[in-house]
Design a protein around this ligand. Structure first.
Ligand SMILES: N[C@@H](CCC(=O)N[C@@H](CS)C(=O)NCC(=O)O)C(=O)O
Length: 216
C-alpha cells in the first residue's frame, strides 16, 4: 500500500522541488494531479481547499498526516527518510543551504506564481507583455544574486546534492519557460546541467509527469 501521496501540477516549480526529493530518496508515491488553470484552477475547488486552505500545490499526504509548503515538505521528508541525505549535517552549511532555498522559494517564485501574475493582467489590466517583463525581471535579478554567491560546484553546496539543487533546477525550468537570458549565470547553468543528468532529477521533470501534455 502506498502511504505517500503528492498533489502536484506537472509545470509547478514548487511541486517539482518535492518530486526531486521523493525520487532522490527512492520513495514511491501516488501522484494526484491538480490542474492550476483548467476551469479557473482546480486548486480553488472546495475539496482541495479543505485539504490546503491556501489553494496551492504541492500538498503531501503521509498516512493521515497532510502538509503544505514545499520547504516544510522537503524537511519533513528528510527527517522521516534521512537516507540518502539531502541536507548537510554541519550547522553553517545547513543554514547556507536554507538561505539559498529561501532566496528562490520566498523571494523569486512568489513573484511569478500563477495567482499573483494573473492578478496583474486580469485585475490591474496589465498586458501579457508587461506580465512577462515583470516575471523575467524578478527571475533574472534573483538568479544574478545566486550566481554571484555560487561556489565551485559541482553542486550548489559543493560535493553533495542537497535541497538547494532541488530548488535551483525547478527555478531554472521557469527561467527557460519565460525566456530569461541565462547566459550571465554560467556557474548555475553548470550545476543545473549536472543535476539534470541525475536519474532522480530526470524522473521529477515536468515532461515526465502523468499530467504533462503529450509532446506536440
Ligand atoms: N510557498 C509555497 C508556494 C506554493 C505555490 O506557489 N504553488 C503554486 C505552484 S508552484 C500554485 O499552486 N499556484 C496556484 C495559484 O497561484 O493559484 C511552496 O513553496 O509550496
Amino acid at each position: 500500500v502506498l502511504k505517500l501521496k503528492l498533489y502536484s501540477f506537472w509545470r509547478s516549480s514548487c511541486s517539482y522541488r518535492v518530486r526531486i526529493a521523493l525520487a532522490y530518496k527512492g520513495l514511491a508515491y501516488e501522484y494526484v494531479p491538480v490542474h492550476l488553470t483548467r476551469d479557473g484552477g482546480e486548486q480553488h475547488q472546495p475539496a482541495f481547499r479543505a485539504l490546503n486552505p491556501q489553494g496551492y500545490v504541492p500538498f503531501l499526504v503521509d498516512g493521515d498526516f497532510g502538509l503544505s509548503q514545499s520547504l516544510a515538505i522537503l524537511d519533513y521528508l528528510e527527517q522521516r527518510f534521512p537516507d540518502p541525505a539531502l541536507e548537510p549535517r554541519d550547522a553553517q552549511a545547513r543554514a547556507r543551504m536554507w538561505a539559498f532555498c529561501l532566496a528562490i522559494a520566498a523571494d523569486i517564485q512568489p513573484l511569478q506564481n500563477t495567482g499573483p501574475v494573473t492578478y496583474l493582467t486580469q485585475t490591474l489590466a496589465h498586458t501579457e507583455e508587461q506580465k512577462a517583463a515583470w516575471i523575467r525581471h524578478w527571475i533574472a535579478r534573483g538568479l544574478a544574486a545566486l550566481e554571484a554567491g555560487a561556489g565551485a560546484g559541482p553542486y550548489v553546496m559543493g560535493a553533495a546534492v542537497t535541497l538547494a539543487d532541488a530548488c535551483l533546477v525547478p527555478q531554472w525550468y521557469n527561467a527557460d519557460r519565460w525566456q530569461v537570458d541565462t547566459v550571465p549565470f554560467p556557474k548555475l547553468a553548470a550545476i543545473v546541467a549536472r543535476c539534470r543528468a541525475h536519474p532522480a532529477f530526470a524522473a521529477a521533470s515536468p515532461e515526465r509527469q502523468p499530467d504533462a501534455p503529450a509532446p506536440a
